[in-house]
Design a protein around this ligand. Structure first.
Ligand code: UDP
Length: 328
């Protein structure tokens, strides 16, 4: 199969490209490199273009016998989406609708779409199943839910086949530590903690210590990026025309901010000063996935179920690439 990986030079996209190539698929990457890194994508397979540029999408999809699209190219910072929702709606919604139009025009009818646990908002029950109500509490979650809805309608009307994967907290790096997480600015917990361990930041700000959780800090389900990538390859194989699949991707086990910090202290053996701050807007207290459906239907299971192993993987990348891809 030939697959166009939109956002394939980014963090999760680049790891999925590797997994697809391992599975023998032919891969093309479409990326505007606004967040992605050319170093993370194979140069001869990289098409530089923007989702808002319909002609560039048409060019990428035509003449390459593309069978399916994987779409990772979204802005994904909750606090930024609260501060600048227009940026999120334009790229994540308008850009994706553009991509779907271009796919339909080119006769490409299969897509794997990156969604998020943020579509659930504050869940009534944890672990969260796919049937839980979707009630986002931040613009980022709304942009992803809008596209989930569009996919269902497009499947019904135009015969599009799709898989929606609702990621929990992606983290870690490739097992050979040659690709990993490199965002500017960095807002995610694990890379920030490791930057403090490396002496690149003075301290970790713990956002909120009065949540209704055992230690008062937020609980998240940290899922290794290679486990996420594996879920994509499996989901793609199951897509059927006119039908949609929706799966959570998480480990089923949550870790608190303090829990992640403690594990990082052990793994790095370095001091990691932390300062307590008020809650960050848009943060639900606890998000943990039930991935029972993914395990049952696709035979998937996490190869990194333990937070310590996830942090060790991230540490291997960050300690060998203290300045991300610019370290080379
Ligand atoms: N967090 C924190 N300090 C930071 C960054 C994140 O306390 O510098 C907390 C954040 O409030 C959330 C958790 O860590 O409860 C995970 O946040 P992250 O931004 O990594 O992922 P999100 O859950 O927003 O997708």
């Amino acid at each position: 199969m030939a697959i166009l990986v939109v956002g394939g030079a980014g963090y999760i996209g680049s790891h999925t490209v590797r997994e697809l190539e391992k599975a023998g698929q032919q891969v093309w990457v479409f990326d505007n490199l606004s967040q992605g890194h050319a170093e993370a994508a194979r140069g001869d397979r990289l098409i530089r273009g923007d989702l808002l540029d319909r002609a560039a999408l048409d060019d990428a999809l035509r003449g390459r016998d593309i069978d399916a699209v994987m779409h990772f190219a979204a802005f994904a910072s909750v606090p930024e989406s609260v501060a600048d929702p227009a940026k999120y709606y334009r790229n994540n919604v308008v850009g994706t609708l553009n991509l779907l139009d271009a796919m339909l025009a080119a006769g490409v009818t299969r897509i794997v779409f990156s969604s998020t646990a943020a579509v659930y908002g504050v869940p009534d029950v944890v672990p969260i199943s796919e049937e839980s109500p979707t009630r986002p509490i931040n613009p980022y979650g709304f942009t992803k839910l809008a596209i989930e809805r569009a996919l269902a309608d497009y499947a019904h009307a135009y015969g599009l086949g799709y898989a929606v994967l609702r990621y929990f907290n992606a983290c870690g790096a490739s097992s050979d530590a040659t690709i990993g997480e490199d965002h500017t600015p960095e807002t995610h917990l694990i890379p920030i903690i490791l930057q403090v361990a490396l002496g690149q930041r003075e301290s970790l700000s713990i956002f909120g210590t009065n949540y209704p959780t055992p230690d008062g800090t937020c609980i998240r389900d940290y899922i290794h990026v290679e486990d996420l990538a594996d879920a994509h390859v499996r989901a793609l194989a199951k897509i059927e025309p006119g039908r949609g699949l929706t799966y959570n991707v998480g480990t089923g086990v949550g870790a608190s901010v303090r829990g992640v910090l403690d594990a990082a202290l052990q793994i790095t053996g370095r001091p990691i000063p932390a300062v307590e701050f008020p809650r960050r807007p848009g943060d639900p207290p606890a998000l943990v996935a039930s991935s029972d459906a993914l395990q049952r239907d696709l035979g998937w299971s996490p190869r990194y179920p333990k937070i310590a192993d996830v942090i060790a993987s991230a540490w291997k990348w960050h300690s060998t690439h203290p300045n991300g891809y610019r370290s080379r």
